[in-house]
Design a protein around this ligand. Sequence first.
Ligand code: KG4
Ligand code: ZN
Length: 341
Amino acid sequence: SDQPLVLGIETSCDETGVGIVRGETLLVDAIASSVDEHARFGGVVPEVASRAHLEAMVPTIERACATAGVSLRDLDAVAVTSGPGLAGALMVGVASAKALALSLGVPLYGVNHLASHVAVDIVEHGPLPEPTLALLVSGGHSSLLLVPDVTHDVRSLGSTIDDAAGEAFDKVARVLGLPFPGGPHIDRAARDGQVVIDFPRGLTQGRDMERHRFDFSFSGLKTAVSRWVQAREAAGEPVPVADVAASFQEAVTDVLTRKAVLACRENGVENLQIGGGVAANSRLRAMAQERCDAAGIELRVPRPGLCTDNGAMVAALGAQMVLKGRPASDLSLPADSSMPV
Ligand code: KG4
Ligand code: ZN
């Protein structure tokens, strides 16, 4: 095949991801996660994540190659997340990718983590419409991106001014006594509940909305949920976990989808892509579909395994860089924990 064979490495948080694509076709997405090691701390511990990446890197690369039936010598390029993310975690990925690229004599492509969350949809649903509007919602970020070209022109329209959407799910889950990471547990609990509590929708009204049109705020919502639960407990009444979960989830997904659709309208964009771990949320998917249908917007959401952090997204963006003739990185490529899009 004349399509480039690209291996991508992702280590920005707690997943060691190694993906291999040929052109716009996904061959394998291998992953090793340290999430269980962080669970007892209620959040990702950077030092634990870095050590886990170090231990998992070589076995995960070997597993990816074996599953895809490719030899390292067949690779045309190596791509790696160079930021944003946890500094020590990123360093393991960047150092590994440099070693691989140098020893194989192939180009190295450092990519932005947020851009690669968008690019992954190419291996799922085909070429991205240009421009695309992307809503990225995970434990570390909540952003609305306008994407004229995913390889070099990704613009942030807004992002969270406090907690990320996934972080809000995780914190509220803790308040409700559900395990970490809490998103999937809230999603499940909410299925048996009713939306009966009117929790606040941050930055959606008046001057807040004017000043933060495409920004998000979830810390006020989290506080409102904890106050509500505490009041119940103080009164000696049982906490209706399913109803609280459903009402909280409704507030988050309402704000996310409302602002995403508005951003599409105001930028004349007719397609929306949702990515990041929170894109696995069943209510978010359903509400986004309803609102996009009503607004004549085409919705693209990759399968859940490609929404959460993974190596395929890095390989997918790396392959686009090769296909579009973007310049490769040199061996001074940094791990940039606060890299902007
Ligand atoms: O993208 P991701 O795997 O890692 C980063 O944070 O970058 O996202 C993880 C986040 C966690 O906060 C988790 O609670 C949330 O995604 N999440 C969900 C669901 N599945 C995962 N949130 C809501 N509903 C879900 N079904
Ligand atoms: Zn991510």
